[in-house]
Each structure stands twice: as C-alpha cells, then as structure tokens.
Design a protein around this ligand. Sequence first.
Ligand code: GDP
Ligand code: MG
Length: 216
Amino acid sequence: MTSPLQRTLLKVIVLGDIAVGKTSLITRYVHKKFNQQYKATIGADFVTRELQIDGKLVSLQIWDTAGQERFQSLGPAFFRGADCCVLVYDVNVQKSFEALQTWRDEFIKQTDIPDPNKFPFVIIGNKIDQDAGASRVVKEKRAREWCESIKSGPLGTEIPYYETSAKEDVNVEDAFFNIAKAALSHDRSQELYFESITETGSLSEIVEQQSRGCPC
Ligand code: GDP
Ligand code: MG
C-alpha cells in the first residue's frame, strides 16, 4: 500500500578546514562507518538521512565540501536554500579553530542571509579521542566562550556547541539530531509532498541518485 507522506526537506552545509573530519562525521552519521584512511572527498555533494523530530518526518540533506575547501570553488547551488550551517574544527589543531570565524563570515557573504545573527549555525569540535586527549590544544571552555559571543538561530541565542569523535562514535548522533532541530527552526515551510512513496520507499535513494547524476 502506498500512502501520501509529508516530509520536510532540510539542507545542512558542513564547512571547516581540510582534514578536520567533516566527511568522517557525515559518514558516521549517515552510514554508521569510519574509515581511518584519509581520502579527499570528490564529486559527492550530498547525502541524506531521514529522522523524526517531534513526530515530524524530516529528510536531512547534508552537503559536504568536495575536497576543495575554498569558497571560490563552491558554486551557488552549494549554498542555495541552506537551513543550517555546521562549522567543524579539530580540537588538536589551533588553526582550524581560528578559521571558524572566517568560515562563518564567508558563508554569510555567499548566502546573503538577511539576518546572520538569526541563522542557525552549529559548531563541532571533532577528534576528541586523539591521543586520549593528550594532543588537544583548544580547550572546551575557550570554544564555548567563542560560541557564546555569537548569536544564532531564530531566537538569537548562542551557537550550539558539540564535541565529537567520528572515529569512536562519540556524540555524533546527538550533534546531528540537534543540527536537524536547528535546521527545522529555520524551516521556511518548503514542505515536500510525495504522493506515491511508501513508508519504506526511500527519498534518500532518489535524492542520492539525482545527486550522482553529475560526475563533476
Ligand atoms: P575532511 O577533510 O574534513 O572531510 O576530513 P576527513 O573526514 O577526510 O578526515 C581526515 C582524517 O582525520 C582522516 O584520516 C580521518 O580518518 C581522521 N579523522 C576524522 N575524524 C576523526 C576522529 O574523530 N578522530 C580521529 N582520531 N581521527 C579522525
Ligand atoms: Mg572531506
């Protein structure tokens, strides 16, 4: 039996310096896997995972940078219709933390969002497992201070902050659940109606097929 389903499509953009673990976090969340070897992301522009928030069916479309972490090379389609921007840094690399401000500024510049202080951003400090914490250089307190100094979301509260390990699967599920919630708070009622998709029929498969249409 098919039944009409109503889903909310939310677009999430993940940004941050190269090798901080963006692709690993997304892979952990969507495919529940981790790959130790570094492999630059090529081609794939987004993946989706479906979840329920307060009884509402949400299709979370997560956009990864394709190995060229430079704004000039990310086309306008990358930013169009974003509902949440996730900024990732590596707690073991000071420079990647300092770059967060630039990533945020550039995102705002590219998207022309009317009120940046009301747009949902989420910060992730990744690789907390590395050397059992011995190589950590950015303290949680320092990161939280920065997040407190910047307003985010429709209520203009501080940027939500999560510390994760994509490798050890620490906090990844929780972080993305809250990312989805933040994105939902920005929802501009762009609801999609799928009339002939069964409960188990996968929107993500369709979306993934579409996204793979272009090998560029
Ligand atoms: P991206 O360039 O930001 O997409 O980074 P990747 O996801 O490709 O990860 C870069 C490298 O860091 C890879 O070798 C990963 O295996 C490793 N890595 C990613 N996340 C973690 C983590 O949570 N802990 C540790 N120890 N290594 C990680
Ligand atoms: Mg990557």
